[in-house]
Structures are given as structure tokens and as C-alpha cells.
Design a protein around this ligand. Structure first.
Ligand code: SF4
Length: 416
């Protein structure tokens, strides 16, 4: 590996980290002055990403890899062993110094650190953990730390890392065992899930201990998350939603991130040549919200997908797709329906439902009242009853979809 200075390493290792979606990165560079060099500049390519802290604040993180060298050869990964990319490697101390320097300049509020596997899984995990340890113990760093963990590493090394990190994540990568075997043959799906199980158990144990003893150590208080790549294999949206639901359920994950596969330079021949539409990733995030905040069961989200292809429609959101498919569940009386049914109405968000529940304690709501709480009442009109509105056999009409999805919206979607 050629001798590189820290700035050159940062260019390579921040760029290599951008393919990981599991810290909710926007991938953008912030606080860059016009020429990219002035005061406050983080310069292009020096990955500052944004993530949401457990208290809901949007925070800036330095998102980098410890190294982009790897002994594995996952086909979808730009850092795989056989990839012809410039390699670089930070020492743990260099990452610590960079984090502190960025933090002191107010560029960032935390660190997202991942890595290719160098030497052995244990050695890599030790190095990742050492960065977090040194930041916390040697420098009293109070910022946010998100560490990617190595599933094959000794659980004790992961536990040590979690004592200093706010969040840990392990990427499940692909939704099916077949996809993982084909595209990441050195990875072991069972081992990945068993590592998630161990992390969950430690999170639960330490949270229990802290309820009894305030001095008990913290362990990943912001929980664990994972990432799935979308569109690199033949998995359907139904497969992805089902897998995500299983992971949420078994490992109490805080988030599953979906990352649309993007063709990488020097790509492996087994990969598709085209990226999936970004809208697919967006629809999966919407389906994730339906399960986490709208009370939809995973099988209901899967039912919104096309029966033949197992894919969610791209032209409408999954909640509207479900309503159009199961229109016998409508119309819903805005003045009488329970919260869980109101949440099923296309176009009604959690905030609007809460406002409806609050307002209807005092009076009966009209269509105009509901309209004031939403962006467009046209989308929901066929699905609701108010004190001055009742749809007339609208749910039986074959042209219901064009009525609730204006043509302009459809054209914009496909133009985009
Ligand atoms: S183990 Fe991680 S870094 Fe290495 S090739 Fe696979 S995905 Fe890339």
C-alpha cells in the first residue's frame, strides 16, 4: 500500500463509506464554503453524513471506514478483495485524532465507523473498539458513536465496543439465504443473526442492570440496526418486507435501512448492470413505516404488493395500494372510527390522526375540517365518511385509482 497522508486516506475512506446506508446518511457534504477550502469547509468527499439521534435530533457524523482493504470478496462491494480500487488504512489513533479535530471545529457531533476485514475478524473488531475506547476514556468524548460490528468476531470484543458506542449495527446485506450465498459466499447468514441475537441479549441485560444500579455500564443505548441491499439479487419486495419484519421482531432492531444497489466501478459480472429505481427504496421505507408506526402487520404490507411479481407498486405508496386492493374495508367514519382504522386512510398521517382524535371530542368533523389537517383531501375522499360527506359507491368504481392519483403525479414520477 503506497504511503498516504491522512488527508489522502480521508478522501479514500470517506468515499468508500458512502455505500453504507445504515447511519441514514444523506451522503451530502455540509458546511462547505464556495471553493471547498475556506473556514468551516469539510471539503468534497470527506463524508459528513446525517443521522437521527435517539432523541430525534438530526446530527452530523463523520462517516468513514477504518480501511477499505478486505479479505472477503462480496460481489456487490466496491471494497471486495478482487476490486481494483485505491486502498487506504487508518490507524485507530488517526481516526481518534480526526474525530476530535472535526468535533472541535464543530463540523460533526459524532462518528460512524465501519471497516473492511483486515487480518482477522477479531483484529478488525479490536481496532474498531479501540477507536471508541480511546475517544471515550482517553479524551472524554461525549459525542455520538455508531460502530459497525463484525459478525464473526469474538462476542466479548463486540461487548467491549458496545460499552463505548451509542449504536451498533451488523449488516444482514441480502434478504434471502440464496442471495447471500450467491453474492457474499464467505458470509454466514446464521452467524450474522446469531451476532444480532447476542447484541440484543447484552442490550437487554445492561438495560435491566441499569434499572437496578445507576452505576451499571451502558451498552449501545441507541440500540442496533442493520442494512439490506435492494436490487442486487432477485429478492422481491415481499421477501424484503418479510425479512425486515422478522429482524425487527427477533432482534428488536431500531432500524432496518434499505440501500438501492448502485452499480460500482469494476463491478463483478454476477451483478445486474442497472440500479433498481430509487423509488423502490423509497417504497420500502414507506412500508417499513407502515409496520412501525401505522399498525400494519407484515403480511398486510406484503398483500399490497402485486400478486404475480411480489413487488410494491412504484406509482403509488403502499398504504394507498393496500386501500385500493382492500377497498371493502372502507369508507371509514372519521367521527367514529378507532385510531387503528384512521391510520389506514390513505393520506392521513399519524399527526393528522392525533389531531382528529383530539378535535372530535368537542365536535363532529366535516370534510373541510379534515382537509385542513392534510395536504390533499382528494386522495382520501373516496375512503372516508364525515358529517357532511359520504362517498357514493366510489369504492366499487374501476377508475378509483386514477381518481386518487392525479395523472400529473404519475407523469412526474416517471419523468423523475
Ligand atoms: S466483508 Fe464487508 S467490506 Fe468486505 S467485501 Fe464484504 S461487504 Fe465489502
Amino acid at each position: 500500500m503506497a504511503q498516504l497522508d491522512v488527508r489522502q486516506k480521508l478522501e479514500i475512506l470517506a468515499d468508500a463509506a458512502k455505500y453504507d446506508a445504515s447511519c441514514a446518511s444523506s451522503g451530502s457534504v455540509k458546511r462547505t464554503s464556495r471553493d471547498g477550502k475556506g473556514l468551516g469547509s469539510t471539503d468534497a468527499g470527506m463524508g459528513i453524513c446525517h443521522a437521527y439521534a435517539p432523541d430525534g435530533r438530526c446530527i452530523s457524523l463523520l462517516k468513514i471506514l477504518l480501511t477499505n482493504s478486505c479479505i472477503f470478496d462480496c460481489h456487490y462491494c466496491i471494497n471486495r478483495k478482487s476490486s481494483n480500487v485505491r486502498r487506504a488504512r487508518f490507524t485507530a489513533k488517526e481516526v481518534v485524532d480526526l474525530t476530535l479535530a472535526f468535533y472541535k471545529r464543530n463540523y460533526i457531533e459524532g462518528l460512524f465507523l465501519s471497516s473492511g476485514i483486515i487480518g482477522t475478524s477479531n483484529y478488525t473488531m479490536e481496532q474498531i473498539g479501540e477507536v471508541a475506547r480511546s475517544l471515550r476514556e482517553d479524551h472524554d468524548f461525549r459525542g455520538y458513536i455508531h460502530l459497525k460490528t463484525i459478525p464473526d468476531a469474538d462476542p466479548e470484543l463486540v461487548r467491549q465496543a458496545g460499552l463505548h458506542a451509542d449504536r451498533l449495527s451488523i449488516n444482514v446485506e441480502l434478504p434471502t439465504a440464496g442471495g447471500l450465498k450467491r453474492l457474499a459466499p464467505e458470509k454466514d447468514g446464521a452467524r450474522i443473526e446469531s451476532a444480532m441475537g447476542e447484541t440484543k441479549a447484552t442490550i437487554v441485560d445492561t438495560a435491566d442492570a441499569r434499572k437496578k444500579y445507576r452505576s451499571a455500564p451502558r451498552f449501545a443505548p441507541a440500540g442496533q440496526s442493520t442494512q439490506m441491499i435492494v436490487g442486487a439479487d432477485a429478492a422481491t419486495d415481499g421477501d424484503i418486507v418479510t425479512k425486515a419484519a422478522t429482524l425487527y421482531d427477533r432482534f428488536t432492531l431500531k432500524r432496518v435501512y434499505y440501500s438501492a444497489f448502485s452499480p460500482i466501478p469494476d463491478a463483478s459480472a454476477v451483478l445486474p448492470l442497472q440500479r433498481p429505481p430509487l423509488m423502490r427504496e423509497h417504497r420500502l421505507y414507506q412500508s417499513d413505516w407502515l409496520m412501525r408506526f401505522y399498525g400494519f402487520a407484515p403480511r398486510e404490507v406484503v398483500a399490497a404488493a402485486d400478486d404475480a411479481t411480489g413487488m410494491l407498486p412504484l406509482d403509488i405508496d403502499p398504504k394507498l395500494a393496500w386501500a385500493l386492493k382492500f377497498r371493502a374495508s372502507f369508507p371509514i367514519d372519521i367521527n367514529r372510527a378507532p385510531r387503528e382504522m384512521l391510520l389506514r386512510v390513505p393520506g392521513l398521517g399519524v399527526k393528522a390522526v392525533n389531531a382528529i382524535l383530539g378535535a372530535r371530542r368537542w365536535r363532529r368533523l366535516s370534510l373541510a375540517d379534515v382537509g385542513r389537517l392534510t395536504v390533499s383531501v382528494a386522495k382520501m375522499r373516496p375512503f372516508i365518511v364525515t358529517n357532511d360527506w359520504r362517498p357514493v359507491a366510489l369504492t366499487d368504481r374501476a377508475d378509483l385509482k386514477p381518481m386518487v392519483v392525479p395523472k400529473r403525479e404519475q407523469l412526474e414520477l416517471f419523468a423523475a
